[in-house]
Design a binder for this molecule. Structure first.
Ligand code: NAD
Length: 334
């Protein structure tokens, strides 16, 4: 990126839930960037956002990429790899929403394209790495000794995108697959998924909730409750049990209300209510890093490792415990 560019001209591909949230945040809250172009397969949706933000509607993803300094990919999971490779071919710094891809083959193609380029241009939207709760949790781990078990809860009010069991793992629980590896500075060795009685809204033949149990190379146990139809609200929690104590991140609520002979706090309906600050910090870090010619947060490699782990978890539903087989980390991602 040319250091003389003071405001990054950003193009946003996909103007649904998160693309709209990112575009509004870039336009109104983030310094050093503006939203110049948007593209969506639904052109009316793109036009509405472009009108709101004073941006232009691109006729195609290719046109948007050619016209922008940097790109945010917020299209559905299945489009990420193809569009990320278009961005890499055009040498545009890119923030790609998670997952890098639902399948290992597609995720590997993105990593290969970046390796061919010989420099890192892709940042991956695992925004929990910017969440104040997870950042504090990671910093505090050395104060309680050796991590032994991490308990994770990930509940959605209702299944986003009508997720299947496989989609729950490759789209939703993939957040935990990334954040636990980051928290522990460790790699996974094995994964096992345990399914139980389905809830009333679970489609025939699918499983929800599921328990995902991983071991790391250094022997820490990671347990994840993945529950996409929890009904009561959106909630994410994480507790580290270590050799000298425990750390509980809580659920991100900052105010507890006591009134009318009851004590409690609100539970958000959607992820934006819990992770708004993480998305803002993620975007500002990406814009700042792009101005310096760098990437920020998770890399394409982290995306590939998460997708390899998620797909091993999917196989585990029917085939039992799986070893996690990750290729050697290329020097580009050292
Ligand atoms: N980091 C997070 O916490 C987080 C949160 C929500 C969504 N996401 C990710 O963001 C992506 C989008 O999720 P969403 O909730 O906004 O979905 P959404 O369905 O609300 O929006 C997706 C948009 O992409 C458009 N689209 C479809 N095909 C396209 C194409 N080929 N090119 C461009 N646009 C296309 C759709 O018309 C729609 O407007 C998903 O991959 C999801 O996993 C991440």
């Amino acid at each position: 990126m040319n250091h003389r560019v003071t405001r990054l001209s950003v193009g946003v591909i996909g103007t649904g839930n998160i693309g709209t949230a990112h575009a509004r945040s870039l336009a109104r809250e983030i310094s050093g960037a503006e939203v110049s172009w948007v593209f969506d397969a639904d052109s009316a949706r793109a036009s509405a956002l472009a009108d709101e933000l004073g941006a232009h509607v691109a006729p195609s993803a290719e046109q948007l990429i050619a016209s922008s300094d940097a790109v945010v990919i917020a299209s559905p999971d299945a489009m990420h790899a193809e569009q990320a490779i278009l961005c890499l071919d055009a040498q545009r710094p890119t923030l790609c929403e998670k997952p890098l891809a639902p399948t290992v083959g597609e995720a590997q193609r993105v990593v290969d394209a970046e390796l061919d380029l010989g420099r890192r241009l892709l940042s991956l939207g695992f925004m929990r790495r910017f969440d104040p709760g997870y950042v504090d949790l990671k910093a505090a781990i050395p104060s309680v000794g050796t991590p032994l078990i991490v308990h994770n809860v990930h509940r959605n009010t209702f299944a986003p995108y009508g997720l299947t069991s496989a989609g729950t793992l490759t789209n939703s629980a993939i957040h935990e697959l990334d954040i636990n590896r980051w928290l522990l500075d460790d790699e996974y060795a094995s994964v096992q998924v345990i399914v139980g009685r389905p809830g009333p809204d679970t489609p025939e033949g699918e499983f929800d909730p599921m328990l995902v149990i991983l071991t790391t190379e250094r022997g820490t146990l990671v347990e994840i409750e993945a529950f996409v139809n929890a009904q009561y609200g959106y909630e994410v929690r994480c507790e580290v049990v270590a050799s000298g104590g425990t750390l509980d991140m809580g659920d991100g609520s900052f105010i507890t209300r006591r009134a009318d002979r009851a004590v409690g706090h609100d539970v958000p309906e959607l992820w934006l209510g819990r992770f708004g600050e993480a998305y803002r910090r993620e975007l500002q870090a990406w814009v700042d890093a792009t101005h310096r010619g760098k990437t920020s947060g998770a890399t394409a490699w982290d995306g590939l490792v998460a997708t390899i782990t998620a797909n091993a978890a999917v196989r585990s539903i029917t085939e039992g415990p799986q070893a996690i087989d990750v290729p050697a980390r290329p020097a580009l991602y050292a």
